[in-house]
Design a protein around this ligand. Sequence first.
Ligand code: BTN
Length: 324
Amino acid sequence: MSIPYPLLSLLADGRFHSGEALGQALGVSRSAVWKQIKQLDKLQIPLYSVPGRGYQIPDGLELLERERVLAAMDESAAQLRRFDILPELDSTNRYLLDLAREQPGVIAACLAEYQSAGRGRRGRVWVSPFGTNLYLSLLWPFAEGAAGLSGLSLGIALVVCEVLESLGLRGATLKWPNDILVQGRKLAGILLEMVGEAGGPCQVVIGIGLNVRMPKQHASGIDQPWVDVQTALGRAVSRNELAGRILAGLCGFLPRFEREGLTPYLGAWQARDGFLGRPVKLALPTEIVHGHWGGIDVSGAGLLDTEQGRRRVLAGDVSLRSEA
Ligand code: BTN
């Protein structure tokens, strides 16, 4: 789908713009404006069209701006060799995986306003409407290779959670391995993808999808209970500031994680573990196991207390089981 980005930039202020004024500003005819307006329908961007007044995006849009994200990153911005914001991508993770193959070893970040094929864990789709949430990827090289990275995704979820808490969010919990939940509803998801040879240096693409203001008309595509930051916080937040703070948090976390692993972060993660001690069902690749959630260990493994004893699990989907 082609995004009429210049048109959206004009309408982002939330005011009415006549077709004529839009045509003039864009240097195109009124019928060309109308065709672009039709594109917005396809993207399900809410738009008022009022005869005599023109077109308006109610509430407007806060588009992503490079300078504003970098400003929110403070001095950590200097760590990024490359930082791209694109109106549209299939997937920010795919974009940086390609870059990792072309330019091994760079630290790069990428944000998209819209993803046509946002990737979730376990082959799921990540619902990625235009201009309202965050789809963010960060490419990071690890000299020591993949072996020491087992707890990485847990640490990243903690970083994102702490950024949200610094903005006033209360009651967010972590769900192993890397979901952020508020009252059992998913606020953010993390997908790590890797380039590199076994045993050698590797590059990790850290993909973060954060529901900031999920338009209701897109929610039907989401196959699990969800929430967005605006609802959880009870106020609007700047996506530019949020993106900058998350990137800054990651740029602080990743070098330390590379040196010390999950150890310095274990206590903070456990304090936010929403399932600790609760009866759960754990879906493993070949079986379903019931037990009580025992938290995580320093390698990032999940711990399940079953009638047969404690089990250490490296991958799986955990869900709450009613006490009854
Ligand atoms: C999950 O299923 O919980 C992980 C979702 C990860 C979504 C993000 S959005 C930015 C990045 N690009 C993608 O295609 N996926 C990740």
